[in-house]
Design a protein around this ligand. Structure first.
Ligand SMILES: NC(=O)C1=CN([C@@H]2O[C@H](COP(=O)(O)OP(=O)(O)OC[C@H]3O[C@@H](n4cnc5c(N)ncnc54)[C@H](OP(=O)(O)O)[C@@H]3O)[C@@H](O)[C@H]2O)C=CC1
Ligand SMILES: Nc1nc(=O)c2c([nH]1)NC[C@@H]1CN(c3ccc(C(=O)N[C@@H](CCC(=O)O)C(=O)O)cc3)C=[N+]21
Length: 289
């Protein structure tokens, strides 16, 4: 059996097209474009590439992109002042501070400083709490993108056995919350999990968010399972995920890397920015996205 390829890139293109339609509605009713501010501290090349592609996608969706590039030795105070300015700027609907920040900066203090209602990354503790308690708020882009792909594959996720590998605040934990919300039976595995292969083997749905190239093996995979690969690992063989491509022999459906979850992350970021702009301007969008 060869797994169906879950084409995140194509799904993301459709989502971006719907975001562009929504952005046009905001422009028509509020007289301004939705705006996304992206803050990059330092020169990490991977982050710079990501920020550039985000800026391009923002503009292509008919939204305003505000890019702030700060030197690697920027002080905590300077960065906090910039966040305060973006919080107060009526043209800014979404604020994203690219992570990781240089080591001398207090990441948690910066994230907490962002207005939760402009926190389109969904990283603020208020938004984590809203997600955990079922209140409306911003959901982190990567897990929400994964959920959209899973709903597209399965329709209803009720009762499915889901294993999330990784327990970070930005991927693993919010992914688990979303799957609970869709009535999966959820297990969260991490570096201290005993017998990970046996845990994974039970799962109808596996979301791998670890950062270890090809870690999930074919003999860990339940026949017909859906595998979602969040991992981004730069190796000599190029960009690879956390799931061994040979799992396609056993799985029912699987996301590729690249072209799977990564493009969804950016499309959902634009979606969250549009939702923020519509809320802030009191515009009701004609379609749910
Ligand atoms: N495609 C996209 O859009 C995005 C991709 N990513 C990628 O996803 C991956 C994960 O990102 P992120 O959550 O930020 O990473 P973190 O490093 O914050 O978390 C990694 C998690 O993996 C767990 N882990 C580490 N080693 C093992 C192991 N041997 N067995 C089981 N679990 C293990 C860790 O466990 P413990 O907690 O015990 O240490 C931790 O919970 C990375 O490759 C990252 O680049 C991230 C964001 C967006
Ligand atoms: N505040 C913040 N928010 C984030 O959402 C955030 C962040 N910081 N820091 C870094 C991680 C990582 N991340 C990715 C987004 C898109 C791709 C992506 O588009 N990947 C393409 C490949 C791109 C390539 O070739 O390098 C793909 O998988 O097809 C990857 C990774 C968002 N992150």
């Amino acid at each position: 059996m060869t797994a169906r390829n879950i084409d995140g890139k194509a799904f993301a293109a459709g989502l971006r097209a719907r975001v562009a339609e929504g952005a046009a509605e905001v422009i028509a009713k509020a007289g301004r474009k939705p705006g996304l501010a992206v803050v990059l501290v330092g020169e990490d090349p991977a982050s710079a590439v990501y920020v550039r592609s985000k800026g391009k996608a923002t503009i292509a969706a008919g939204m305003e992109s505000f890019e702030h590039r700060l030197p690697a030795d920027t002080s905590q105070e300077t960065l906090e002042t910039l966040v305060d300015q973006l919080n107060a700027d009526p043209a800014v609907d979404g604020i994203l501070v690219q992570l990781p920040l240089p080591r001398h900066l207090d990441e948690s203090a910066i994230i907490t400083r962002i207005d939760p209602d402009k926190d389109v990354d969904g990283f603020h503790p208020v938004n984590a709490g809203r997600l955990a308690t079922g209140l409306p708020g911003f959901v982190p882009c990567t897990p929400l993108g994964c959920l959209m792909l899973l709903r597209d594959v399965h329709g209803d996720l009720t009762g499915l056995d889901a294993v999330v590998i990784g327990r970070s605040n930005i991927v693993g934990k919010p992914m688990a919350q979303l799957l609970i919300g869709d009535s999966c039976t959820v297990t969260v595995a991490h570096s201290r999990t005993l017998d990970l292969p046996a845990v994974v083997k039970r799962a109808d749905i596996v979301v791998a968010a670890v950062g270890r190239a090809g870690m999930v093996k074919p003999d860990w995979t339940k026949p017909g399972a859906t595998l979602i690969d969040v991992g981004i690992n730069r190796t000599e063989a190029g960009l690879v995920g956390d799931i061994d491509p040979a799992c396609a022999e056993v799985a029912g459906a699987m996301t590729p890397v690249p072209g799977g979850v990564g493009p969804m992350t950016i499309a959902v970021l634009l979606r969250n920015t549009l939702v923020s702009a519509a809320r802030r301007e009191g515009v009701t969008l004609s379609q749910d996205i």
